[in-house]
Structure formats: C-alpha cells, structure tokens
Design a protein around this ligand. Sequence first.
Ligand SMILES: *Cc1c(COP(=O)(O)O)cnc(C)c1O
Length: 522
Amino acid sequence: MYARLYELNVGRVPLVLLHTNIPENTPQDRELTDKLYISDPELRISQEMLLGVGGLRALQRLGHNPAIFHMNEGHSAFLALERMRQLVEKGHTLDEAKEAVKKTSVFTTHTPVPAGNDEFPTWLIDKYFANYWSSLGLDRNKFMDLAKVKTDWSDEVFSMPVLALRLSDYRNGVSKLHGEVSRNMWQYLWPDRNPEEVPISYITNGVHTGTWIARRLSDLYDKYLGVDWTERLDDPDMWERIEAIPDNELWQVRIHLKRKLVSYMVARARGEWEHDRVHPVQTVASGVLLDPLALTIGFARRFATYKRANLVFKDYERLMKIVTDEEHPVQIIFAGKAHPADEPGKRLIQEVYRHVKSSRNGGRLVFLDDYDMDMARHLVQGVDIWLNTPRRPREASGTSGMKAGMNGTLNFSVLDGWWAEGFNGKNGWAIGDNRHYEDPDLQDEADALSLYETLENEIVPMYYTKRSADGLPGDWIERIKECIRTVSPQFSMTRMVKEYMTDLYQPALETARAEVQVKADN
Ligand SMILES: *Cc1c(COP(=O)(O)O)cnc(C)c1O
C-alpha cells in the first residue's frame, strides 16, 4: 500500500498527514483514510498500521529523526513495534531494541474505562503480523504476549494501550483524577505494586487561549492586564490583575457576547427557514424565541450516554418550573452530535429534542445541530453557565469547560475530570459531591437533586436578584473574576505544554543522551 504525504507548518511545528486515496492503491485501500470513526476491526487495524508503522516511515522519508516519540492514546502504538523492528534489523538484540524504545517513548492514555480501549482479536494479528514477529526474532506466542489481555467480557485480545504502556517508560493520564483512575485500571500490569505506585503520572489538559478567548475580552485584557499578558498565560500572578477591570466594563462585554450568540442562532434559524427546509417547530427549537437578557445555560458536547445530557430532565415538572418562571426565566441551549456507531447516544439526542420541541418550555429550550468549533466558540463565550453532567469518573479531562471558564462563563459541573481539581468553591458550582454510588440510578438521582437545588437556591437568585442600583449583579461578577483568575492560568495550553516538556520529554531526552554518552565512553 502507498500513502501520499503532506507536510504543513503549524507555527514552528511541522505536521505530517498521510492519505491513501491515490491511483497506485487498490480501491479498498483508497478508502482507508476516508473515515475517522469506523467500527470494522479489520479497517481499523489497517488504519492503525498506516498511522503507527507508516507514520514512522513517513517521518524518516521526510528527513525527520526525532529523539523522543509521544504516542497519544493506543491507536498509534504499532509505532513502538516498528521502531523495535528497525533496531533489530540494524543488528541490535531484541532486548536492546526494546530498552531503547522504552526509554524514548511517552504514552498518554485518555480512556478511563477498560471497555473503551482499543483492542484487536488475535486472528487479525495473525493475519497482519505473521511476517512481522519473525523480523523481531519472536514466535507467535511471544509476540502476542507483548499486548495480550484476557478480559471478563471477551476472548483473548491484543490490546493497544497495553502494548503502549509496556513499550513506554513515560506514561500519563490527562487530569489528576484520571491519573488515579488509570493507576487503578492498569495496576494488573504491575502485579507487585500497589495502585498508588503504578508508574502512570498525570498532566492535566489545557486549551489554547488565543483560539478560544472572545475578541472583546482580549481587548479588555489588553487594557487592564498589561501589554505582555499573552506572553504570561500560565502565570497566576499576571491573572491577579483581573481585579483591575471595572465591574461594569466586564459585564458589558458579557452582555455583548450573549447578544452575539443569540444573533448567531437567529441567523442560522433564518437561513434554514428561508431555504424552506424546516417545520416552524424546528425553527422555534433552534433558538428564535430566546431572550438575550435571561440567564442562559449551555450544554454542548458529544452525545455519549455517560455525559447524561438528559440528567437535567430527571424531574421534568421541576425543570419546567425553573425554565418558565415569569420573572426569572432560565434558558438552556443543547448542541452536539453522537458518534456514528453510538445508537444509545443517538437516542439520547432524540430524547432531548423531544423535550426541546414541546411548547411547554415557551421556546426557552434549544437544540442546535451540526455542532462544530465555530458553534462551540459562540457557545462557550456567550452563555452564562456551562453545564457538564458526566457520570464520574468517566470524563477523563473534558476541555470545553476550560474554554468557557477563560471567557468568564461559569462552570456548573460534576466534580469529574478537570473540574475535580479546578473547582475552588468560589469560581463556579459543583453538582453533587465526591460521593460514589454503586447503583447508577441512585447516582443520577443524587446528582439531579443537587443540580436543581443549586440552580434554584444559588444560581438563579445570584443572577437576577442580587443587583446593585446600577443593575450590576455584583456577586456574579465577583465569581466571573474568580473564575477567569483561576481557570485561565491553570488550564492554559501553555501550562500543559511546559509540563510535558519538563516532566516527560526532558527527562526522557536526558536519560537517552546519558546512555549514548556511556556507550561512546566505552
Ligand atoms: C472543546 C470541544 C469538544 C470537547 O468538549 P468536552 O466538553 O471536553 O467533551 C468537543 N467538540 C468541540 C467542537 C469542541 O470545541
């Protein structure tokens, strides 16, 4: 099989893309890179061989010779095998090759549940790797042993994260809580260690401030945070200057952003209406009756069942009372897509949409389809509250709440993923506490109750009734400032990249260099 290579420069970083739709390939191979989410394991193993084995060869062909390799999730783990194979081919023993690969490999896991991990039936490994193991000097059994897992729910499989964990000396999860979950989940690979001694650390995700911050806000930051603020994004001291922003100026920007979001939705709805593609109910459901001054909640993400988009509907009558309150109404905007193979996820969208279409909510519930980055930007910047209701601890990190937080949109979220370490009691709200219920129904019940109580007793009154003479919600604005001050530095991409460098890449580089030095000295 052949692949066409593209090399793009993203800032100072070369990005290499591979695709197979070229005349040299068979019709089947030409389609291999058409689709990202495929469930057919045979196509998936072919894609992952292209990425792992082909990816390394592509880098080499383009003249790149990296000292450290970072595998992000198990999909790329064949990379480590190909690196070993090349070292063996050059005359190293298998053990030497394995040690060299481990010392220079970083692996980041993103999946907090065993069943979510990438694995292949052994017959597929037989089909695609029968020639490969001999080139490593291994027989079939020894090769399978590299990544063999026997799970409760399936036969023996070849597990990509196990392969990556075994062939990397540097391993991490993507939030503090996810690090802990990962150490427990993979403890069986280190049978003589306690979970807390399992060598998997964490580096919490971050988001790229420049991509997600609203223009009006960054203008305000230019004015009050000092000209160098974009150079110090991960510096908590710099963000202390947020206190210098006058309340009314910050509030005017927040009002502007919500108006902009409403205009965006109306323009979309008008476009669909003009092109005669929709029923009037759909037009109402896409946000034309929204009030730009009312308290507005956003919920936008992939519709996977563990994210519980329907949790807010648990007590429908109670929700309707909150939403349609005459003086203090609450609006909720939902947006998202389901994974193409996720039938329960699609049913969840249907359930939410059924509630949104009902006239009972007075047009205050909205569903936006075709969720993409542009829509995400309008939502995280424009709503007042960012709602997140995953079933703990399924949200490894989550990032949309970080985007919201650095725009002063307050998080109202289950203490899962990044929010478990981001919430400080004053910079947003928690749903539920750290208690874990074995019975998922009880968990839903407790979380829904907490959600309604906090909304009714804290969030709605703070937004509407605690207003000063000039109409400013002082407590709310104080919370916005606390949110921007704490979330922006801690969950910036700058902080994250620095941690990857100091905690993983640099130590790996130094060890690798020391080894080379020792060899040279001998
Ligand atoms: C940030 C973002 C996500 C991730 O959101 P989560 O809340 O972490 O699930 C998904 N889709 C789009 C378009 C995004 O911008």
